[in-house]
Design a protein around this ligand. Sequence first.
Ligand SMILES: NC(=O)c1ccc[n+]([C@@H]2O[C@H](COP(=O)([O-])OP(=O)(O)OC[C@H]3O[C@@H](n4cnc5c(N)ncnc54)[C@H](OP(=O)(O)O)[C@@H]3O)[C@@H](O)[C@H]2O)c1
Length: 218
Amino acid sequence: MKIGVLGTGNMADALATHWVRAGHELLVGGRDARKARRLATRIGGGARHGNLREAAGFGEVVLAALPYGAGQEVAEEVGTALVGKVLLDCSNPVGPGFRLLTHDGGSAAQRLAAAAPGTRVVKAFNLCHEDVWRMTPPAFDGRPLAVPVCGDDETALALVRRLVRDVGCEPVAGGGLERAGLLEATAALFIGLWVGEGADAQAIAPPLAYATGPGGDS
Ligand SMILES: NC(=O)c1ccc[n+]([C@@H]2O[C@H](COP(=O)([O-])OP(=O)(O)OC[C@H]3O[C@@H](n4cnc5c(N)ncnc54)[C@H](OP(=O)(O)O)[C@@H]3O)[C@@H](O)[C@H]2O)c1
């Protein structure tokens, strides 16, 4: 698969490294040409580099590894280069005090979709720290990390599920893009628990067998 990467930071590095190892063709695009070249060299596997428009034009799937807000700016800037693409959004609109920055409207993923007409936006990879995505594979107690994926287009979702597996994780159906805000809110909750409280966010949910109560039939 041809994958364009918008951004040359931590998430770009972590995810693109897995995808190159899985045999995909990568083009890393950044607003800073030196950073794009450095990251492409670091990733290896024949990864190319270029500007943001070139990355948008290259990928069948385009990862927006950009801060919340910058994704919309870049989508508007590269314009038609993104049309027809699967645009993968991993952003977390989380501000000071672990506050969700999207309280006054749609989710970050929906805003990205509005800024990039003609794309199929899929939300994934926002719930864990970059160092988790760098693990080979991200697995805990022998169990692969489950990655919720939200989107409206089945073909786009199938491509992203493949990319989730290529990272070494298991995709989980998170519903349509209208549910992406729930993933973003979950990230705000988790980050607040982990960083703010030092609490084990994984411990807040019971095992599946108890999801409807201890009897499992309520
Ligand atoms: N890091 C994590 O653990 C983590 C985990 C889950 C989700 N996320 C989400 O993933 C996204 C990327 O995070 P990250 O940690 O990879 O960030 P990062 O390391 O700071 O990298 C951000 C990238 O975006 C570029 N950028 C920033 N503003 C831009 C603009 N206006 N126009 C063009 N490019 C711009 C930066 O370019 P310059 O280098 O030129 O500034 C850099 O290449 C964020 O939305 C974050 O919430 C992060």
